[in-house]
Design a protein around this ligand. Sequence first.
Ligand code: GNR
Ligand code: NI
Length: 174
Amino acid sequence: MTVKTILTEPNKILRQVSLPVEKVGKEEQELMNDMLETMYDAKGIGLAAIQIGVPKRIIVMDIENKDKEKKPMYFVNPIIKNKNSNHSTYEEGCLSVPNQFAEVDRPSTCLVEYLDYDGNKKKLKATGLLATCIQHEMDHLEGILFIDYLSKLKKMMIIKKLSKQKNKVDRIIV
Ligand code: GNR
Ligand code: NI
């Protein structure tokens, strides 16, 4: 297992649409292991493969409290079957949009069909934080970030801040 570098906005790779996985094999399982370790290391509750530069429709999540035992979840080729017309708002953050948070409105529950770590077909009714997180992660598979839901002005301000932060880091390294 390896901790990978998480790509941050602005980065065109994050805008790629990820491709379905044909078979959950060794390579995919190793990718999921690396994704989980990267996610825990960054103290996130979810991670999509594209965030470490791999355009495959794979997500890992663990929404349990940090100190409790780990409860990793793996989603390959997830599809949302049903979205609740009731929405709820949640203050979201993203490991690819570091240190920025904003309220996002999404369906409060959803039904997800996916393949698990072993390639078995599963269905899950997600509610609460789980529903929010899985929808946030599935957006990554389409190249969508939570800042895309904000007003143009808010989004521009965040991207400008992130670009400045990136330039600073580059300057220190160079
Ligand atoms: O760690 C994360 N926390 C979070 C909080 C509210 C809504 C969504 C998330 S997902 C995020 C990790 C991440 O960026 N996943 O793509
Ligand atoms: Ni994210």
